[in-house]
Write a protein that binds this ligand. Sequence first.
Ligand SMILES: Nc1ncnc2c1ncn2[C@@H]1O[C@H](COP(=O)(O)OP(=O)(O)O)[C@@H](O)[C@H]1O
Ligand SMILES: CC(=O)N[C@@H](CCC(=O)OP(=O)(O)O)C(=O)O
Length: 329
Amino acid sequence: MQTQTQTQTQTQTQRQTQRPEQAKAQARVPAAVPAPRDLPWLEQLQGRTVVVKFGGNAMADPSAHRTFAQDVVELWHAGLRPVVVHGGGPQISALLDRLGLEVRFEAGLRVTTPETMDVVRMVLTGQVQRELVGAINVHGPFAVGLSGEDAHTMTAVRRPAWVDGLPVDIGQVGDIVDVDGSAIAALLEQGRIPVVSPVARGEDGQIYNVNADLAASALAVALGADRLVVMTDVEGLYADWPHSTEVIDRLTAGELDALLPELASGMLPKMEGCLRAVRAGVARAQVIDGRVPHALLRGVFTEDGPGTTVVPDEEPGPQGPGGDEGDGA
Ligand SMILES: Nc1ncnc2c1ncn2[C@@H]1O[C@H](COP(=O)(O)OP(=O)(O)O)[C@@H](O)[C@H]1O
Ligand SMILES: CC(=O)N[C@@H](CCC(=O)OP(=O)(O)O)C(=O)O
């Protein structure tokens, strides 16, 4: 496999034999970043994939796109491979309202009629994705937008919402059952930043509306990502919401699993997504406040970053959890 630095070096060599318009386009791709030999922690992140979910509430402030885009490009410059999955729930609801169509959620999932689905697809792939691609590409030809429908990237099956233990039909809402990450991996190999909309195809010929937190989680697992960062409009997971805003800063997968049944709708898919991700090999999943400028950089580059961090359960040592490995230390 080729690293991003190798791709960049190759790009510089190719530039000498290119037509002027190709050379001009590539000249806008920033030069390769020197290996940070004096920053070992940064070196550890080189070439690692980070899936960043940018929620519709986190992007409500018009300046949010700009600072988010700067941070994503900064991650790229630092040698990471960012993949963006975006939401857009409030933006979908706003257009449904303007069109006089019903806005209804069951257990945190939008009731999606065929008419609603047209609006979901239009807003996610035609508006929110385009705005993010545009904001990132202010910095160079990095971002390429795609929908989960493209190249079979996301395949889903129809799912109900579970209300009081009973299944409720909510229309064209899907659960992802398969991810083909090859189109995204090819973009990453080219040094691009994929921006993915949470719309999936079904084997049954239907198009499905997928919760963006769960889409980001499934993608992080399929791409073998090192990190999943979920950016929302609260500081993290509150221990006793809505009574207190005390944030749980760190919890293991097992601790989160036990807490999940107590969580309310907005946080439920986020924490479920984090749990699925760390259980399937993602080293760290975080929920951070996307309204805070540059929260993404702090989240990725600091050990005790902001928000809530979910880590895998501790591996038991040879003598059980907390056991001495035998070196007497
Ligand atoms: N335990 C909790 N901690 C924090 N927020 C919570 C909790 N339970 C529910 N919420 C709600 O979840 C919301 C975030 O989810 P959501 O509105 O779906 O955001 P996004 O658009 O970022 O996906 C918060 O604004 C808050 O109202
Ligand atoms: C099934 C379902 O509910 N899909 C979501 C997809 C967008 C989303 O998840 O956006 P946020 O991350 O901003 O909430 C919806 O229609 O609102």
